[in-house]
Design a protein around this ligand. Structure first.
Ligand code: ADP
Ligand code: MG
Length: 384
């Protein structure tokens, strides 16, 4: 996280007012991929990259937002905010303001500074970090508080309804509710959650493959349709199955022959991933790291072979990680077809692991990866 005192001085110099400062973290999903829209389980952890939001009131009725990352300022009339997004970074903070206004709050003028070290657009959820930090800042200005899960939902709505990105609830939820040295097992059906301890000697090593493929006929929408078709097949026999969350491996064995081969494979990934994600939380609670590693390996295999959501680069990153000392478990994390892998690594070996992985990946694939050594961190909070 950037130095909050330096950030406060920046805001003060720019706006001639001392800000209240809030921080919200990025995140990585340890296990539970493509389970969210099946109303299943995910298990993310907040990481020690965060976005800072500084806020101070203004008396001229303007909302002025500044991002140090972009070195850019935008100014709006608080009484006349744009109703639609403009495909600009300011959509994220304005979206939060729009949703809070829609909840019946009168939003006065303010100056807001943003400064984050969550890598932008790398799948570590800089967008949720901006939303949650902004939401805490604006809520403090209007002297409102929301419970973490409610705040997360408001921020998700800002991204869905204002920015126009169809993300699930996970990113905002973990950013708002994460806890240091813990992952969070989230039930996407009712947003109930349970913390699972991550021992302090484990580092979260995030390896960016630096590729993101668009696969013809293999995108998110197609996968989602295949999953829904499988669910509909099972529901013809068992109407109580509304989402694959409700389905079992036995359902797939009984009625898989009524599905297309692809639908069956995608469904098998989702159904077994739900089981693995819950089992991974149990393994953490029991401090059974060998079992956790086994579940992550199986999750990667399932994601790659059944869901066909991986790619050669991500498969290589996982395979290379397995050859290195200190690894507990490795898998592709995020929406798929590239992006980052998550590696749980013994802290004492994390630096050597990261260096060796970067070198071997560059040798094999011909691209320098970005590797971040992170720790499971606390959720959003006021820092100054
Ligand atoms: P990810 O969430 O994986 O980082 P997204 O595309 O969802 O990627 O969100 C990235 C976008 O969020 C950026 O393009 C920018 O518009 C906005 N954003 C993130 N961090 C900042 C920041 N510090 N200042 C301004 N905008 C930011
Ligand atoms: Mg995002």
């Amino acid at each position: 996280m950037h130095d909050p005192a330096v950030f406060r001085s920046m805001h003060l110099a720019r706006f001639q007012a001392a800000p209240a400062v809030f921080a919200a973290p990025g995140r990585v999903n340890l296990i539970g991929e493509h389970t969210d829209y099946a109303e299943g389980f995910v298990m993310p952890a907040a990481i020690d990259f965060a976005t800072l939001a500084g806020i101070s009131p203004r008396s001229d009725g303007k909302i002025v937002v500044y991002s140090e990352n972009y070195g850019e300022e935008r100014s709006f009339e608080a009484a006349l905010l744009p109703a639609i997004a403009s495909k600009h970074w300011s959509d994220y903070p304005l979206g939060v303001v729009a949703i809070l206004a829609g909840e019946g709050h009168r939003i006065p003028g303010f100056s807001l500074s943003l400064w984050g070290d969550v890598p932008l657009g790398s799948g570590l959820s800089s967008s949720a970090a901006v939303e949650v930090a902004t939401a805490l800042a604006v809520c403090s200005l209007i002297e409102t508080t929301y419970p973490g899960p409610v705040l997360a939902r408001l921020c998700q709505r800002a991204e869905n309804e204002f920015v126009g990105a169809s993300c699930g609830i996970m990113d905002q939820f973990i950013s708002a509710n994460g806890q240091e040295n813990h992952a969070l097992l989230l039930d996407c059906r009712d947003l109930s959650f349970r913390l699972a301890p991550i021992p302090a000697h484990i580092a979260l090593v995030i390896a960016n493959t630096m590729v993101k493929h668009s696969v013809a006929g293999g995108d998110y929408t197609t996968r989602r349709a295949e999953v829904e078709a499988a669910c509909a097949t099972i529901a013809r026999h068992r109407p109580e199955v509304r989402f694959l969350r409700d389905a079992t491996v036995e359902d797939l064995e009984k009625w898989g022959h009524e599905m297309t081969p692809n639908s069956l494979k995608r469904a098998r990934h989702v159904v077994t991933e739900n089981l693995r994600t819950q089992a991974a939380a149990e393994a953490l609670a029991a401090n059974d790291l060998a079992e956790l590693g086994r579940l992550m390996a199986e999750a990667h295999r399932s994601y790659s072979q059944d869901f066909e959501g991986s790619c050669a680069e991500a498969d290589a990153m996982v395979e290379l990680a397995r050859q290195l000392p200190g690894l507990i478990g490795a898998r592709l994390t995020g929406g798929g077809f590239g992006g980052c892998t998550i590696n749980l690594v013994e802290q004492s070996q994390a630096a050597a692991f990261a260096k060796a992985l970067a070198g071997r990946y560059a040798d094999r694939i011909g691209i320098e990866p970005q590797i971040h050594i992170c720790h499971a961190s606390g959720g959003a909070h006021r820092v100054l």
